[in-house]
Design a binder for this molecule. Sequence first.
Ligand SMILES: Cc1cc2nc3c(=O)[nH]c(=O)nc-3n(C[C@H](O)[C@H](O)[C@H](O)COP(=O)(O)OP(=O)(O)OC[C@H]3O[C@@H](n4cnc5c(N)ncnc54)[C@H](O)[C@@H]3O)c2cc1C
Length: 563
Amino acid sequence: MIKLESDVLVIGAGGAGMYAAIAAARDGCRVHLIDRSLIGRGGATVMAQMTVAVALGEQCPDHWQHHLADTLQAGRGLCDPALAQLLCENAPARIREMDAWKVGWARENGHLKQVHAPGHDRARCVYVDFLNTGPAVSRTLRTQLNRIDGIRRIGDVLITDIVVHDGEAVGAVGLHLVSGETVALEAKSVVIATGGLTRLYRRNSGSLNMGGDGYALALRAGAELIDMEFVQFFPIGHLAPRMIGMDPIMWDPFRYKLGGRLLNAEGEEFADRYGQAESGNYVLTRDVATYAIFKEVEAGRGSPAGGAYLSFAHVPEAELRSAFGPVIDRLARNGIDLTKMPVEVAPIAHYHMGGVRVNAAMETRVPNLFAAGEAVGGANGANRLSGNAISEAFVFGEHAGAAAAARAKARGASGWNAKTATAGLDFLNSRSNAAAAPNTAALLVELQALMADNAGPFRTEAKLSEALLRLEQMQRELGALPGGGDAHYNMVRLDWLDLRNMLLVAQTVVLAALERRESRGAHQREDYPGLAPEWESNQVLSWRERKLVLSRAPLRSDAQAAI
Ligand SMILES: Cc1cc2nc3c(=O)[nH]c(=O)nc-3n(C[C@H](O)[C@H](O)[C@H](O)COP(=O)(O)OP(=O)(O)OC[C@H]3O[C@@H](n4cnc5c(N)ncnc54)[C@H](O)[C@@H]3O)c2cc1C
């Protein structure tokens, strides 16, 4: 067993985790930044493509209150106002700080360039050119990590449980994937920055590290989850023809810059049937666009692979080249000539609005346990605006890191003793009966199919109930103790531990979706169409006596949320 000790433990090294580590270290704390993958390369941040929403007013007048108004409207009445405000009000400082760190935001006429994205009332999104925002942001934060003393970066460690003593977080336990050794991490405060849950779905834009670990860690530690029913589907994920070495959500930046026509099999633009005419522009919010594409396919007007066409054929080649030069060559290597052919696109699981419930200091109800980034629920309500996720990762990361540092400094000792981590370590050292071990690879595939087919953007009571039943069975099939032997980088063991979390988190999504008998934002119930005013409330999940407990929570007012 490896035992380490720090002031602040940050779990997850995406945009939120790296920013949290930087903030805690510049406040003088000793920080451990842990990731199950490589530092700064394992989650969604490094994959992000383009837009970062921020009211800078560089190219047209803007104010964070306008950004907030758009965020609240997109959230369909469910945003936590204090978290949404924190995000919009502090985004400018973080984006300018990243600029000072030379991230390379695109510029025009001496100003940071800001483009329009759906749901924003003006050009508000900065970016780094040629689909390079995520890599540039991650590289910049990794460079800052190197420059600040006091941050120890440890990759390849999968955190499996938060350690709680006397009701307070005192550290975490995990597995060093390379050696197979258990790890115990003592800390005075802990930040969960583990990103989202899109790996639960068959078609998703994320990485293997996004199975919702942080939600499961928080639940088992005693924290609450909020808004778990709201999984965002990105409407124009690449579907066909086959494309290698490029991201399935790469068409988003194309649409920001060039518009592009979304067409059905009959060559018609169809958005106006669903409430908003696009006419070559890019104005549909993600929930409406997802709905429109699904409905066209259902009506028999889908593309051959089961989505919609996206066409740039009306855009002159010179314009395509000037907007996306090197990317056009990469597309050509995939046999895609946008001047002559459309591509097929369809909704793809992309982001999670729900997550760990925190107050405006990013602290959960478990003292000393904080959360940041996509792991946090509430700021975006029922639907997130394009570009808000990267700003959220920076702002919440910085805020959580600073709050965790203040807490660590205020505490004399962590409260850890020789026995506090015993349960978590014993669990990790235990082995199931190999003969009865389930086929974890098959269970993972089945789970993703079940969630896509029964708990995707369009839901019914029958499908959700069927999913819940099967998820409970799968949990029993998985068993209570980890499978796999002691070999280094044991994939059976890793799959088992992933499934333990994914099955729990999938149940939180399905339970909350089953209970919400209305359609709002990313949650569309075919058996309950339309908004129901009595559902203008959040849902909260907790874990009591090894059971999920779902309850309604009235919307937080600004004052409550700020507590
Ligand atoms: C393809 C793609 C494109 C996107 N484009 C945009 C965009 O243009 N604009 C925008 O605003 N948003 C975009 N998003 C969303 C945005 O990138 C994410 O919401 C944001 O980066 C999340 O940051 P994060 O730090 O919270 O999580 P992540 O960056 O996902 O980092 C989480 C980290 O936690 C680690 N981790 C997870 N579980 C554990 C565990 N148990 N133990 C240890 N480590 C763990 C992971 O390995 C990972 O490194 C995009 C997302 C994707 C997938």
